[in-house]
Design a protein around this ligand. Sequence first.
Ligand SMILES: Nc1ncnc2c1ncn2[C@@H]1O[C@H](COP(=O)(O)OP(=O)(O)OP(=O)(O)O)[C@@H](O)[C@H]1O
Ligand SMILES: [Mg+2]
Length: 250
Amino acid sequence: MSVAEASPALAVEALVAGYEPDLPIVKGIDASIGQGDFVAILGPNGAGKSTFVKAIAGLVPIHAGAVTLAGRPITGLAAHLLVRAGLAFVPQTENIFASLTIDENLKLCAGVMPAGKRSERIAAMYDLFPDLAARPTTPAGALSGGQRQMLATARALLVEPTVIILDEPSAGLSPKLVGEVFETLARVNALGVTIVLVEQNVRAALGVARTAMVLADGRIVHRGPAKGLAEDPRLGEMFLGHHAAAGETA
Ligand SMILES: Nc1ncnc2c1ncn2[C@@H]1O[C@H](COP(=O)(O)OP(=O)(O)OP(=O)(O)O)[C@@H](O)[C@H]1O
Ligand SMILES: [Mg+2]
């Protein structure tokens, strides 16, 4: 077995990260995400979920620790190099070009691939997202929230990542659209892509993920199977406990 096959899809070791050198937001996280897993990252507002995934994606400075992708060190690599290494990141906002059409958005992303592969990959994305295939010439800015998330996800998947990280793709969507976006993620996962999903929408995320991690104050306070966690009374405590500890509740 090669190193890549034997290694987790994504692993972080003793990760410390934050926006200012003397102000860690991620305060020492160890996590190993298996190939093909679907992980939901949950936790109260301000827990450091976005900072954690942005640090992995090369968008927030890492102060200490290590990140590996299929056994290969990627700590602190610039975002565009991470894409080439197989790690895709879909930020919560500003993840599409609103003034360009769906097709132009996809073609722009495909530009980093060998010319011979581009049209094949764009066709594969239209197969995966029939809603986008139905209106390739529509400007992205005219799409619904759910369609925009699908376009952002398609852009990320175009270059065939092994791991895709999404930061709150359901934010601002109606329950019906949340369901559609999550069903699409389940299909992507079924194709073998490892998924890391940061979510506020706890119930919906636990309904689609296989593994759950709960963050509070920059640390992992729980990790385990997603199944059953929504009904576990400890889940509420993990969210509320943090607020009580921070003095935000009486
Ligand atoms: N660009 C930034 N510069 C400085 N501090 C930031 C920045 N973004 C976030 N923070 C701080 O980092 C901490 C964690 O924020 P983060 O956005 O990672 O939390 P989160 O768990 O994603 O919360 P939410 O559920 O609200 O999205 C907060 O105290 C926040 O104020
Ligand atoms: Mg966030």
